[in-house]
Write a new protein. Structure first.
Length: 193
């Protein structure tokens, strides 16, 4: 996310964090790793968190668990934390649903679903369009409308939440750093008020 970091470095101190690669670590452990790292590096709050994919899930949990430390956050292609299995049955096979359910269960989806954004904290749920999928008929493409609905619902959980859709690949920051920077600057402006 170098281009995004470089664009805002004059406005805020930028710290990059790569989550540990322990395959057995769950997202709540990553949250506490991040909290420990920020403390050890003496980086004082408040924080504006930016997370891509699983990093977005970690930012969501961090904001919920450390609400007084967070001034805003941006989630790029995070979640869904828990899928609506009955709706997926209309677009996926039983085998595809079982595989996704196992993945979400492994990633502590219920903990993520129960987390709540801190009150009055601005945040954006940024989602790539269906163009991030291989096609509209692959597993990703068939479930995309449900993922989009989930992202909109997540953004609507707070009057300070927002939803932005971007024509980009899965790693939005790589293909559309301009869109990420624009939303991040908006969050920084709101957080500074």
């Amino acid at each position: 996310m170098r281009a995004v970091a470089d664009a805002v470095v004059g406005r805020a101190r930028v710290c990059e964090y790569t989550r540990r690669t322990d395959p057995d670590a769950e997202e709540p452990e990553h949250v506490e790793d991040l909290a420990s790292l920020l403390d050890a590096a003496a980086v004082p709050p408040p924080y504006v968190l930016v997370g891509q994919s699983v990093g977005g899930n970690i930012a969501w949990l961090y904001a919920s668990r450390h609400a007084t430390e967070v001034a805003g956050f941006l989630l790029m292609n995070a979640g869904p934390f828990v899928a609506e299995w009955d709706k997926l049955a209309d677009v996926w096979t039983a085998e595809e649903i079982a595989a996704e359910k196992a993945l979400i269960d492994e990633r502590t989806g219920l903990i993520l679903q129960q987390a709540e954004p801190p009150p009055a904290v601005p945040y954006v749920v940024m989602l790539s369009t269906v163009s991030q999928c291989g096609s509209r008929t692959d597993v990703c493409g068939r479930a995309y409308p449900l993922h989009e609905a989930w992202g909109r619902e997540l953004a609507a959980q707070s009057p300070n939440g927002g939803f932005v859709q971007v024509d980009a690949g899965h790693e939005i920051f790589a293909s559309r750093p301009d869109a990420v920077t624009e939303e991040l600057e908006r969050i920084l402006d709101t957080a500074a008020q």
